[in-house]
Design a protein. Structure first.
Length: 167
């Protein structure tokens, strides 16, 4: 399994929109809207997030995560002067729990370690990836409502020898 990152292009929008919608599926199951209303809402939200991230984090890396050349996720990573902040890392439902996120996160953490910078990410308190982040050394830095700011200070990964972890 070869995991790579490549810059996002406009031609990736259909894949990224579908990926975004997958992250909101449970929420959409609760609203009494028609399928077309849900699709319109999700497309509007996808566009708003894309525009907001591009404006607020103009220098952030926005990449498609590929496994053996096939797109399986996305990464938004802001490397600021004082920290690495993961705005978003999402892997498709079909490819979760296969070590893909672990590989990408490991690379980010190794780079952050070399730069001697902490790495942060906001996650919802119900996000199943919390266990993965904890295993990688992230700790709770702040909590606001259902949002948790996780932070990992620079340091060795699993005692210095990183091994893939399944989520």
């Amino acid at each position: 399994m070869k995991i790579t990152l490549r810059p996002v292009s406009e031609s990736d929008d259909p894949f990224l929109s579908k990926l975004y919608a997958s992250t909101r599926a449970a929420e959409m199951a609760l609203v009494p809207w028609t399928d077309s209303q849900k699709e319109a809402f999700l497309e509007m939200q996808f566009r708003a997030q894309k525009t907001s991230y591009a404006k607020e984090y103009a220098g952030a890396q926005h990449a498609v995560i590929s496994r053996d050349g096939d797109p399986v996720g996305q990464l938004y990573l802001d490397r600021s002067q004082d920290r690495f902040h993961i705005l978003d890392i999402t892997v498709t439902d079909a490819c979760r729990n296969q070590g893909i996120g672990s590989v990408v996160l490991s690379e980010i953490l190794q780079e952050a370690n070399r730069a001697d910078k902490p790495t942060t990410i906001y996650v919802e308190n119900f996000n199943l990836s919390l266990r993965l982040f904890e295993r990688l050394g992230f700790r709770v830095a702040a909590v606001k409502d259902f949002q948790i700011l996780l932070e990992r200070r620079p340091g060795p990964l699993n005692g210095g020898a990183w091994e893939p972890v399944s989520a």
